[in-house]
Design a protein around this ligand. Structure first.
Ligand SMILES: [Zn+2]
Length: 85
């Protein structure tokens, strides 16, 4: 799948990445629309602000750069039976 990945300030790349694995209690969304908001713009122009730099993973998510951008989106549940909470 295609994803916009934040690597560092002024460095966002459109890449092919593997489909994420569906974990228990989560759902897969087929994204119809995804917006770029002010937070994304500031991360691009002045970051990293919220994205943990490579080698410094977030204490809860375990993620660090590069991370997939886009947190304001709409879509449909890809696997409604498997992902119910
Ligand atoms: Zn936002």
């Amino acid at each position: 799948m295609k994803a916009a990945r934040f690597y560092d300030r002024n460095d966002i790349r459109i890449e092919d990445i593997p489909e994420p694995e569906l974990k228990p209690g989560t759902v897969a969304i087929d994204v119809a629309w995804c917006g770029i908001c002010g937070t994304d713009l500031h991360e691009y122009l002045e970051g990293p602000i919220f994205v943990p730099p490579e080698g410094h993973p977030h204490p809860i998510s375990g993620e660090s750069a590069p991370v997939t951008m886009g947190h304001e989106f709409s879509g449909t549940n890809h696997q409604p039976r498997r992902g119910r909470l």
